[in-house]
Design a protein around this ligand. Structure first.
Ligand code: NAD
Length: 418
């Protein structure tokens, strides 16, 4: 897959082919045969594209332990290319996305005489990708960086699209830039070690893509049934799992290619995020990002009065163990909505979806085998669409509506009492 925007061009390598044969076949660099998917992909690509001497790998301590073998192989691959490798593992979690950590990384690189043509690799979830990407975007006014996302959320969302940032105590992602990686390498294998809560965070973003004109994503989640069914698919139903990830990636890719700086259609990707972010901040980040996004989608459906879609999503969230937040503190939510980056003229631009066409109804009445076939056929039909047709489908799936803060407060208060 190849992604382009007006400033940049980068490759996305996604494979959930666990034996990595495809990548092995393509590589011809005489480096050996360790089973390191990221290493294989990168070594081949490196030889062609980059002129760096030094590489710094940024990760978190959790990932360093859980994916130790993969990380070691990756580092050994880079060393075998004759490059000097540096390494930094931060504490896991949102609290690491700070200017202080960015400064530590910049200082480590400056001490080790990194130049602009050297390379940073983010190996981890969205926190590491956002932080490392931000560091790379301003170190010597911009150095090359590669994303190797290891969570579902990072694979289908945060590693693509070039948004990089750190948090301030005043709020999330307040300092950042648009800066694309040179390459994104992702693999289904990384997802196998994710705890349920982290996996279901990514499902929140899959739900968002589902309501942007991709009913097959919602059908697939319904078909997998729950988080265990989803995990089972990562192990045993690569065809369907692959289709699902590819569709999510295509949605992000096509939208971002058309509107890198979020002047129009890219705003649709904020579906579920306006209320989602307000819940996230209002709850002091105790509820994770993806779970807040799923709830934001739920509230957007309530605001639009899309009750069938609302009940469908509510039951989906229940099945996946995503908390359903129907009792919200409206005045607290309003405080954060007023501070939202997208607010303007004493109101906020809200993304509302149209009803999703293409739900497979009454799944219990058709056999699981038939349901799976129907879903696969939907993916096939979708993949036959040209990028223009695909984009049009997304454009037709939602709309942007401006609400004054007063109007929104009234709506939320009425709904909160229902
Ligand atoms: P995260 O990076 O904190 O990862 C979640 C947890 O999973 C961490 O504890 C991590 O150590 C662990 N982990 C990572 N990979 C693992 C693996 N393979 N096996 C086991 N454990 C693993 O969180 P996240 O959900 O990946 O990302 C959330 C961040 O992404 C937030 O800061 C959010 O603002 C940001 N984000 C950015 C964008 C964007 O466009 N830039 C989009 C969405 C979200």
């Amino acid at each position: 897959m190849d992604i382009t925007n007006d400033q940049d061009r980068y490759d996305i390598i996604f494979t959930s082919n666990l034996n990595s044969d495809d990548l092995m076949k393509n590589q011809n660099n005489g480096i050996g045969s360790e089973s390191c998917v990221a290493g294989h992909a990168m070594a081949t690509w490196f030889a062609i594209h980059l002129r760096c001497r030094k590489v710094i790998v940024i990760t978190d301590t959790n990932v360093a332990i859980t994916l130790e073998d993969e990380l070691k192989s990756l580092i050994s691959y880079i060393r075998k290319l004759g490059l000097e490798v540096h390494y930094k593992a931060l504490k896991p979690g949102e609290n690491s996305k700070t200017l202080k950590n960015a400064e530590k990384i910049w200082e480590q690189m400056a001490e080790s005489e990194f130049g602009r043509t050297d390379l940073m690799i983010a190996f981890g979830g969205g926190v590491i990708g956002d932080l490392a990407g931000f560091c790379a975007s301003v170190y010597m006014r911009g150095m090359a960086f590669i994303q190797i996302p290891t969570t579902l959320l990072a694979q289908i969302d945060s590693s693509i699209g070039g948004k990089v940032a750190v948090n301030l105590t005043q709020g999330k992602n307040l300092v950042g830039s648009f800066y694309n990686p040179e390459l994104v390498i992702m693999h289904g294998k990384f997802l196998k070690t994710l705890p349920n809560s982290v996996l279901s965070d990514g499902i929140g973003e899959l739900i968002k893509y589902g309501y942007l004109g991709n009913p097959e994503l919602l059908n697939t989640l319904k078909y997998f049934g729950d988080i265990n069914g989803f995990k089972n698919a990562i192990e045993n139903d690569m065809v369907l799992f692959d289709d699902m990830i590819q569709l999510a990636l295509r949605t992000k890719k096509v939208v971002v290619e058309n509107d890198f700086k979020e002047m129009g259609i890219r705003k649709y990707l904020n579906f579920g995020h306006t209320i989602g972010h307000a819940i996230e901040s209002g709850e002091n980040f105790k509820i994770s990002h993806g779970h807040c996004v799923a709830n934001g989608c739920l509230w957007a459906l309530r605001i639009a009065g899309k009750w069938d879609d609302y009940y469908f999503l509510r039951s989906l969230m229940d099945s996946y163990g995503i908390p359903v937040l129907l009792e919200i503190d409206v005045s607290r939510i309003m405080v954060y909505l007023r501070r939202d980056k997208k607010s303007e003229n004493n109101g906020v631009n809200f993304i509302l979806t149209n009803s999703v066409q293409g739900h497979i109804e009454n799944q219990e009445k058709i056999s699981m085998v038939d349901t799976r076939q129907l879903i696969l056929a939907q993916y096939k039909e979708n993949s036959n669409l040209s990028d223009e047709e695909f984009l049009l489908k997304i454009k037709n799936s939602a709309r942007i509506q401006w609400f004054s803060f007063d109007e929104l407060q009234k709506k939320l208060s009425v709904l909160a009492e229902r």
